[in-house]
Design a protein around this ligand. Sequence first.
Ligand code: ADP
Ligand code: MG
Length: 395
Amino acid sequence: MVKKTVEDIEVSNKRVLVRVDFNVPQDKSSGEISDDARIQAALPTIQYLIDHQAKVILCSHLGRPKGEIKEELRLTRVGERLSRLLNKPVKCAPDCIGPEVEKLAEELKSSEVLLLENLRFHAQETKNDPEFARSLADLAEVYVNDAFGTAHRAHASTAGVAEYLPAVSGFLMEKEIRFLGKALADPARPFAMVVGGAKVADKIALLENIINKVDTLIIGGGMANTFLKAQGNDVGGSKVEDEQLDFARQLIEQANTKGKNILLPVDGVAADKLEPDAKHQVVNITECPPEWLLLDIGPRTIEQFKQALNPCKTIIWNGPMGVFEYSNFAEGTNTLATFIASLSATTIVGGGDSASAVKKLGLTDKFTHVSTGGGASLELLEGKTLPGISVLLDK
Ligand code: ADP
Ligand code: MG
């Protein structure tokens, strides 16, 4: 899965169309950008292109305008923020295709930056309409995809354009492919995966793929309850996905026959309701009070998980260990995140909520890699080929 990058193609004096992920969160009332991490993440590629005299044409989606022009979803504010971060002017186009945009692209000088308007103002974008893709491609001579967060979608700007232009990855995309791709294809061992989050159903494809690759599989979070029940434990009033009990049983069996180390919680934090200030106490996993919910892993579990992870050389973590949004049930997630971050192993976080837990702790830089794409990283972990990656030129 090694792909050509911006460094493998001539960009000097060329019009380069770059698909970035500028889908930033905005304050609902003021429209202000509340977190510019995604803009920051695209800067290395943009700066490289500026430094190498490319004519930079950026395109992105923002929100879900569903093929209509929505004033609050214009990229004007993004352009202003980008201009400030780059410390140079950024021209904003009134649309992403059409004669006026073509003229702006044509007039662009080397090292100048043009930001196209929200791609999803056109319904053809998400339909991967070939005509629309062609119009986008006609603006440029080279295509760069740096939007890992949308790489699992076959849209005009993520896949379609590559039919008409030489296509390479940006640095952010390259980093995602390198870390997640290598960890899955050729991990330093022992290799462990920590899986958590709310539902087994969300992670079936991931578990089916990953069980063949890891040495150790650790299961926590709400989904552990289904596995615990599958093993005959009474998990009180915790939510259990009864339709996944067979899957859970089979996965445990598969792990055992393949000689994999599989760990489930041995204790937990039980609460009388799913509220921040609920009554709560640490219980053995076999002793959850009736009607109570297991909302976090307990201290003995944390200790066992740490011991299993300690010798590992590659660790991928996807899904919080508890309801980390409430401080009473955040201990498992926080302690484990801090521990994993401290190890001298390749440590990777995939998944939107896990990434935000790590960010809240200020640990993002302590991991080898925190993936920027929730859905996209999940699909990579499921072993799928992502359309936004497969269209890029092989190295
Ligand atoms: P990610 O986005 O990292 O892939 P998920 O979306 O799969 O993670 O899961 C995150 C959600 O799982 C969080 O909102 C968290 O509150 C919830 N969760 C974790 N543990 C439990 C639990 N024991 N009971 C209920 N919900 C849980
Ligand atoms: Mg999530």
